[in-house]
Design a protein around this ligand. Structure first.
Ligand SMILES: [Mg+2]
Length: 305
């Protein structure tokens, strides 16, 4: 199977920058501008834990495995430049078409973001599908954007809309690379991350790294149509889903108060950005509800005893 897959890979065309060496040699080669920081991340997804093979196409698996990593590179306001794709596949006839489909989905997304698949490995075993992707990114600024750096008084923003990702967004989301780079050109972001586990879990992580607290408001939360749809079935509010559902893969970022006006004036989209709250000096993450009262923001929903 591995030989047949290598033969397939040899026939695939990807756009590679000059001096980049992709699949085919013992190792890949990337040229690197002097004094430029390399950022690298990796993620492993597997059947039954992160997706159900029966419900998705191999292309969707490959696309998602790369997209979640590109989203992490975007979270650092960096440009992805190449990816390694490693597959562990069930033994049998299914493994070759599965490998080809996963590669195809990843390579298509990679093409869109200037992030070719430059290497990886494939093996079969008596278990389920697992896909590991590693992405290399280049930092266009002096420093990558970190979770650390938010200051009291900074405004908290998110891109896009939140909640209800499980209805489809988690499979076909677009990593916010262009948005992160554009934001950083407009204003001085103080901290940022991507929303993978839900705002109520991820915002405290940013606050912890920055050693600050935060207050977010329920009213301006950009609730997605999918969150409204979810709420109709769960009996929770759409805002609850926007706060607690995972896999939005939007950017959460903070902006010094003095830069907010410029950002809002100069942001040209097409993905919306929304101010949802403010960084506080004291630890603790709070939600100001529609009636104006403040309660702790609890991960996985607020418990009103
Ligand atoms: Mg992340």
């Amino acid at each position: 199977m591995e030989q047949a897959f290598l033969k397939y890979l040899a026939q695939q065309k990807q756009t590679l920058p000059t001096e980049t060496l992709g699949i085919g040699d013992d190792a890949a080669v990337l040229s690197w501008p002097a004094e430029t920081k390399l950022v690298v991340c990796t993620d492993l997804i597997s059947d039954e834990t992160d997706f159900h093979l029966a419900d998705v196409t191999p292309q969707q698996i490959g696309r998602k495995a790369l997209a979640i990593n590109i989203s992490d590179i975007a979270a650092m306001a960096c440009q992805p430049v190449g990816a390694l794709l490693t597959l562990l596949l069930p033994k049998g006839d299914v493994s070759l078409p599965l490998a080809q489909g996963i590669y195809e989905g990843a390579a298509q997304l990679g093409e869109q973001f200037g992030c070719p698949i430059i290497g990886g490995d494939t093996n079969t075993w008596p278990g389920k599908v697992a896909v590991s992707v590693t992405v290399f990114g280049r930092c266009p600024a002096e420093k990558p954007l970190l979770r650390k750096g938010a200051q009291p008084g900074d405004a908290i923003f998110v891109t896009g809309q939140l909640g209800g990702s499980i209805l489809g967004h988690h499979i076909d989301f677009t990593p916010r690379v262009h948005e992160a780079l554009q934001l950083r050109q407009i204003c001085g972001l103080s901290a940022g991350m991507d929303l993978s586990d839900g705002l109520s879990i991820d915002l405290p992580r940013l606050c912890e790294q920055s050693r600050v607290g935060a207050e977010i408001e329920s009213r301006p939360l950009p609730v997605s149509p999918a969150a409204i749809q979810m709420a109709a079935g769960t009996g929770k509010t759409p805002q609850w889903h926007a706060l607690n559902d995972g896999e939005d893969f939007e950017l959460l970022f903070t902006v010094p108060a003095g830069e907010v006006e410029r950002l809002e004036r100069e942001w040209s989209g097409p993905v919306p950005i929304t101010r949802i709250g403010t960084i506080l000096a004291d630890p603790g993450v709070w939600l100001v509800n529609e009636k104006g009262s403040r309660e702790p923001l609890q991960p996985e929903g607020f418990s009103h005893q």
